[in-house]
Design a protein around this ligand. Structure first.
Ligand SMILES: *Cc1c(COP(=O)(O)O)cnc(C)c1O
Length: 491
């Protein structure tokens, strides 16, 4: 399997090269030359373990790894770090099925891919005879930082540096990062917002002189964010697993089509679902759910992508995004041309907007898009708590609301599989506002205790650990100092 740049079909690398590089030199994203079919009939996935499912899916894409190498990556990733042997259990509530993707170390779905990415990367490095230490640089608005830290902590041959906006993350998210114990980790708060952190990291990546200097010292930079195919492909596996679990539990019949609903920000998770569908999973609609930053809803509705609009801070912060990077991969597919894709992406960076042609729009009929306001999001959390005593987080609630909306509009009766992307314990304040308004304390750990009383769900270890964890990282810097911080850490 070869991988091409979305912006230049002549660029052609294998999977391990694409994983190591992250992004193509022309700024494009790597896409597989074709989407393989499922290696065995869907029915044969029923009853398979998560590990076996993940292995079978990834082996079709990462074809230049040996089966032993890939097995070792899968086994190292999906182990006791997860609080259930199912890894991604399903749960029925109010006629829908929730695929719980938050049972990993940092209780958000990013663990599903970031548990395996470090192993894919070190395996790729070994294959290419790289002796350099890989240095992961990440700017985070909250969830990615901790999931990347947890994934790369103490992985031999790697180091990781995370920059977060000092005043821009929740207290729980900050504690998760500054108490990280991995010996190869470095966490730094910056005086600035997420965009400043992101811009600083990009500047370091683009600094060729610095790369050469550090190269001589035995280091090379790489990226752990969701444009890396080493994050995208592992996500296709859980949709196949979720479908097989629905079969196993008798929720659907053999071959029955389902719809998949995904709370969407950077368009990575839903794109992975579309790959699973193209592999042959019986999926009808892919339902793209946005919060009030509804740039994707407007895109599907009008064919016009326009980031020039007000930006809202919502209760589902991991979806507060105006540039959905992974959409570029879908654009490449519907445009059928690298030149056209490049032109649209250049327009996006120049003018902040682009329009697709009518012909391209016709190829989007497999998608449905909707969005939830803040009020609708909290209302849906409350509703599900009252009908099923099931507590969901605000991101999942956005998806659940849009699922309702879809069924009302279309009268489609197919079963829906909703990606549940975070534990409610990650956002206890918003969840309490929804189910027990007025009862919220300002102390996040008091919120957690109240949520336990209200939901009866065990407090995850990821949260109890924080209660008496030692603060190990208190570095702060100005945004102009980020490069110096990196060089000092690598001395
Ligand atoms: C990152 C994230 C999302 C958005 O996923 P994308 O792949 O960026 O679309 C949704 N929910 C949670 C909890 C997240 O952390």
């Amino acid at each position: 399997m070869r991988y091409h740049s979305t912006r230049d079909a002549k660029v052609s690398v294998n999977a391990t090269e694409a994983i190591l590089k992250g992004l193509s030199d022309d700024g494009g994203l790597f896409v597989p030359e074709s989407i393989p079919k499922l290696p065995v009939p869907v029915e044969e996935f029923v009853g398979k373990s998560y590990r076996d499912t993940a292995f079978l899916i990834m082996k079709e894409f990462f074809t230049d790894m040996t089966e032993e190498e890939l097995r070792a990556c899968v086994n190292a990733a999906y182990d006791e770090k997860f609080d259930t042997p199912d890894i991604a259990p399903i749960r029925q509530a109010d006629g829908d099925v929730y695929l719980e993707l938050f049972h990993g170390k940092t209780i958000a779905f990013k663990d599903m891919a970031l548990s395996i990415l470090p192993h894919l990367m070190t395996t790729s490095a070994k294959k290419h005879g790289l002796t350099n230490e890989i240095v992961i640089l990440t700017a985070t608005s909250g969830d990615t930082g901790k999931a990347a830290l947890a994934g790369f902590a103490d992985v031999p041959g790697t180091r990781i540096i995370v920059f977060y906006p000092k005043d821009g993350v929740s207290r729980i998210q900050q504690l998760q990062m500054v108490t990280e114990k991995g010996k190869n980790t470095h966490v730094v708060g910056i005086n600035g917002n997420f965009d400043d952190a992101q811009t600083g990291v990009k500047q370091i990546f683009n600094n060729k002189e610095l790369a050469e200097k550090l190269g001589r010292k035995g280091f090379q930079f790489s990226s752990a964010n969701s444009i890396n195919i080493g994050r995208l492909i592992p996500q296709a596996a859980y949709y196949v697993y979720g479908y097989a679990e629905m079969r196993k539990q008798g929720i659907i019949k053999a071959g029955e089509e389902i719809n998949i609903v995904v709370p969407t920000g950077n368009f990575g998770n839903i794109l992975a679902a579309s790959y699973a569908k193209r592999m042959g999973l019986p999926v009808g609609k892919l339902i793209c759910a946005s919060n009030q930053n509804k740039v994707l809803f407007d895109f599907f509705e009008t064919g016009s992508y326009d980031r020039n609009r007000p930006f809202f801070l919502s209760s589902s912060p991991s979806m507060d995004i105006l540039i959905s990077s992974n959409l570029e991969r879908l654009i490449r597919d519907i445009a059928g041309s690298d030149k056209k894709t490049k032109e649209l992406m250049q327009r996006l960076s120049r003018e902040g907007k682009y329009d697709i042609t009518e012909e391209m729009g016709k190829k989007l009929s497999g998608f449905y898009a909707g969005y939830a306001s803040e009020e609708e999001t909290l209302h849906r959390i409350k509703e599900l708590y009252e009908t099923d005593h099931y507590v969901i987080d605000p991101h999942t609630a956005v998806a659940s609301h849009v699922c309702r909306q879809y069924k009302d509009h279309t009268k489609d009766t197919a079963k829906c599989l909703i990606a549940s992307t975070a534990s409610p314990y990650k956002f206890p304040g918003s969840v309490i506002d929804a189910i027990a308004p007025g009862k919220k304390s300002e102390d996040p750990f008091e919120q957690v205790k109240l949520l336990k009383e209200l939901s009866g769900v065990e407090i995850p270890k990821a949260v109890t650990e924080l209660m008496d964890a030692e603060i190990l990282h208190n570095a702060l810097c100005e945004k102009e100092e980020m490069q110096k911080v990196v060089e000092d850490f690598l001395k």
